[in-house]
Design a protein around this ligand. Structure first.
Ligand code: ZN
Length: 410
């Protein structure tokens, strides 16, 4: 009998097999996991160099599903390596051998409505009526835009949000879509963007980068309003050889594979620079990433510099932005000298290139020369928050039909 764990997670039909939930332990290695489940380590030899990188990406925050038979033997396991991709381990029929693959995570997105009447304070009233702390906290974040506007007893807050569900359980953070605040008989709408930030208008100001040729005879100050734009580049000369991707289609393998960082081509021994000031949170060998330095920057950011030939810092040390922390190398699973730069925000991999800026040392050094250089300029544009019309219509429809507030179970 061939069991499909993906199907079982949805159907709960078990044929004597059992589904267990498991959390990856901090510092646990994949080979320890295999050992704990009596799986032969020969499996490791069949994992390609590229795929073995992801074994270091297994994160204690995600739930792992295991399918076991009556005797507790592991039949299948789904082990997330990011929000969208997971390792799929499966035991072959009538064999002690296991297969390894990386596949997309299956989840569905549900929409919910809630209406809360203000009695004591918004937080406790919302929590009491929907029984979901995470949604309540995201609502508070979206309503920050109201700062300074007092709400009163009897005011109502109606809102729509979505929650991704994996195996019938909330998966990742909920997303507030739109909120209507009814205060003193007046209605106000709060439109919420992809980041969960609320706006009283349907437009917001967004930054974008323009690349162009420019005659550089002086150093130009690029105004940036957000702290995250203060990150610099990890190398003095930048050549990106592979971009970040949560899941990209590999035409030769005919499968999806993520790349949790940006690769920069550079010669062995090239100095690696801290992309921002921070505290060294790790310095040493880190599985297939080889010699690694991690820096904690505050505001939820942590950067990782992999495959180094030589590390120049120690755990706990404070570093400045641009300080040399190590040198480019080829340690761990790597096909040639390069820097793999990873960047986490609150424990999740994000694309480093979205926060790195090229304004640099380099531009001020070139001050005395007249030269044509590629330059990035930060510009601003007004963008419309997605689906405002549809969300507003939906919300009004829910309100008009006296839709019941969805209550989560404990
Ligand atoms: Zn890489």
């Amino acid at each position: 009998m061939k069991y499909s764990i993906l199907l079982l997670l949805v159907m709960n039909v078990l044929y004597g097999a059992k589904i267990a939930e498991y959390k990856w332990k901090r510092g646990q290695t994949f080979s320890q996991y295999l050992e704990a489940h009596n799986i032969s380590k020969s499996l490791l030899k069949h994992i390609s160099n590229a795929d073995s990188m992801f074994l270091s990406d297994i994160n204690p925050r995600y739930t792992i599903y295991e399918l076991k038979d009556e005797d507790g033997m592991l039949l299948q396991a789904l082990i997330p390596i990011s929000e969208v991709m997971q390792i799929h381990l499966s035991k072959r029929d009538n064999s002690t051998q296991y297969d390894f693959d990386i596949i997309p995570i299956e989840f569905e997105t549900n929409e919910y409505f809630a209406q809360v009447k203000l009695k004591n304070n918004l937080y406790t009233d919302t929590l009491a009526s929907i029984q979901n702390k995470s949604v309540t906290e995201h609502l508070m974040k979206a309503l920050k835009v109201l700062d300074g506007t007092p709400l009163h007893y009897g005011d109502t807050i109606a809102f729509i949000y979505t929650q991704r569900m994996r195996a019938s359980k909330p998966y990742l953070e909920p997303k507030i879509k739109i909120v209507r605040v009814l205060t003193g008989g007046k209605e106000k709408f709060i439109y919420v963007d992809e980041e969960g930030e609320g706006f009283t208008q349907t437009n917001k100001l967004a930054t974008y980068t323009v690349t162009g040729k420019r005659k550089v005879t002086y150093s130009k100050y690029v105004p940036v309003s957000k702290a995250k734009a203060m990150f610099g580049m990890p190398l003095r000369r930048i050549r990106v050889t592979s971009h970040f991707s949560y899941s990209r289609w590999h035409p030769i393998l005919q499968r999806y594979r993520p790349h949790h960082g940006t690769d920069f081509g550079a010669r062995k021994g090239t100095p690696l620079l801290a992309i921002n000031a921070g505290t060294i949170s790790y310095a040493g060998w880190y599985g297939s990433y080889g010699k690694v330095v991690k820096i904690r920057h505050g505001d939820g950011y942590e950067s990782l510099y992999a495959h180094q030939s030589h590390i120049r810092v120690k755990v706990g040390e404070r570093v400045k932005k641009g300080q040399v922390i190590g040198y480019v190398g080829n340690t761990g699973r790597s096909t040639g000298p390069h820097l793999h730069l990873g960047l986490m925000r609150y424990g999740r991999w994000i694309d480093p290139m979205t926060v790195l800026r090229k304004k640099s040392l380099k531009m001020s050094i070139l001050k005395k020369f007249i030269k044509y250089e590629n330059v990035n300029t930060t510009k601003y544009k007004t963008v419309t928050i997605k689906n405002v019309k549809e969300n507003k219509a939906k919300l009004l429809h829910y309100i008009k039909n006296h839709t019941k507030t969805f209550k989560w179970e404990e």
